[in-house]
Design a protein around this ligand. Structure first.
Ligand code: CTP
Ligand code: MG
Length: 165
């Protein structure tokens, strides 16, 4: 049980770091350039910035490099780190795109999508090279929403986020 939890967190860590880093290091110019979609609403919204995306990608990839150094499997973990970080950030963008289409404003809550979207895409991006037992995948999907909500609450208390979710 504890081993399963450890395996899940160890594997998905680059995605978590990629998702959390923009909250601290993000800001500045939005990825969509402030442009509106055909429905007249923002494409992604002002909460998705270039700096946040790049910072998340770099930070998540660094985790992969460290995991590679720790295990001696540099190639595998560096590739996984890149794919997991990129998948998490693209998934987060697609989540915002979906929210805007549903007329949910930037920062508005979209339960499940907010907590799980990024991790599903991280797993999809990594799937070509990952060998994971189904129990580990299930564990990742089960623990991510509570972990995401808990870290967001801490981020809110520390003043990094304007909303506790
Ligand atoms: N952030 C960023 N760049 C990104 C992703 C996030 O700068 N690519 C920063 C923004 O300051 C954002 C914060 O991290 O407000 C929290 O991220 P998130 O909750 O994903 O964005 P929201 O502001 O809630 O916007 P949305 O409704 O589109 O999810
Ligand atoms: Mg949000």
């Amino acid at each position: 049980m504890l081993q399963l939890l450890g395996a899940a967190i160890w594997f998905i860590l680059p995605a978590y770091v990629a998702n959390a880093t923009p909250v601290v290091l993000g800001g500045g110019a939005p990825i969509d350039g402030g442009k509106l979609f055909t429905d007249g609403r923002p494409i992604f919204g002002a909460g998705k910035t270039i700096r946040g995306f790049v910072a998340g990608l770099v930070a998540g990839s660094i985790v992969g490099v460290l995991q590679g150094a720790a295990t001696g499997q540099a190639y595998t973990y560096i590739t996984l780190g890149l794919l997991l970080a990129l998948g998490a950030l693209v998934g987060d963008l697609l989540g915002s795109f979906t929210k805007r289409r549903l007329n949910i404003p930037r920062g508005g809550a979209a339960p499940v999508l907010d907590q799980l979207g990024f991790v599903v895409f991280a797993l999809l991006f990594a799937s070509p090279i990952m060998v994971l037992r189904w129990e580990v995948i299930l564990t990742i999907l089960l623990i991510t929403p509570p972990i995401h909500l808990a870290t967001n609450f801490v981020g809110y208390k520390l003043g990094f986020k304007s909303r506790p979710y």
